[in-house]
Design a protein. Sequence first.
Length: 394
Amino acid sequence: MFETLKAQPADKILSLMAAYRADPRDDKVDLGVGVYKNADGQTPIMRAVKAAEKKLWEVEDTKSYTGLAGDTGYHDVMRNLILGDAVSPDQVAAAATPGGTGAIRQGLELIKMASPQATIWLSAPTWPNHPSIIKYLGMPMAEYRYFDADTRGVDFGGMLTDLDQAKAGDIVLLHGCCHNPTGANLTASQWQEVADFLKAKQLIPFVDIAYQGFGDGLDADAFGVRHLAKTQPEMLVAASCSKNFGIYRERAGVLMAISQDPAKTALNQGTVAFLNRQNFSFPPDHGARLVTLVLNDAELRTDWLNELEDIRTGMLGLRQQLSDALRKRTNSDKFDFIAQHRGMFSRLGATEAQVEAMRESHGIYMVSDSRLNIAGLNAQSVPILADAIVAAGV
Ligand code: LMR
């Protein structure tokens, strides 16, 4: 049997991690995988998370199974965090999942079960694992224009023109905030327009929100998903706690199926629990429980909010520093978009050859599509990157 296996394509983000590790240069700069790093290049455990771990160690008295869909306390805090008061709790079915990727996978499986003929529309570009999982599941997919390579902003006209080709019942995958890989995001009024458009065309949104709190703030980043939850008859949301709680390896995510009709919720809840059972039975609990502890404890919550805000504003500062350094070197506003983008990533707009040249000459590691992780920078590496960008002729 094993001899029939074929080598699978390497994930371009994860293979970059290995290439970076193998590079012996001391001054190499890792701007690849989407992991937050502080000015010392560390990915620290957030203070409130560490305190919650201590508390959990003291109070947890069993490791017995939770529910198939995870702990309902976790569903409640995540629903509040992401959706606020945009919905009433009885409209939302939720399942804890192994990370945000697990939530995406489970959401796609639900779509496949309910509506196998639906095409999944993806932004061009999107996180490479989106099309990879959809292809693996054998589901129909299509792309809508999203990123304008000239302005490095959103090609909103192109997006709506392409989505006009979608048929009623198709799924539109949207990044809730901090678009990965581009950093270019919809404005509040564009979200409103998208919502009207989707509703009129009977398209179903599937929102992937993995970076809430990294863009314009926790509530501002949830504007789009909340507006959709208020206005659309039904939708799916996949969320991750990897980044905003810094618990990457704990694998804490959540899938939510939202319906305007609360009568549908019991069936949706049974379905997401069933899907968990088929794929892994019970979801991981440790990370989910930490998140629940942090969000339910006034002191821990405040500390978490403060640290998250420091992370967010730190990234904004790095964006400004890089954009200023490039203004100086190029005597132009060509790279001002870096300061306008939001979240962990920006797509620089460099060719693969230019990305390769920056790696060779300056030890800069960014994804081959020229996505760079802003959080991988610090005051020392900003000028190195700015020099490399100019030297490569971007
Ligand atoms: C990324 O885009 O770098 C992160 O979401 C990590 C991953 O799994 O790809």
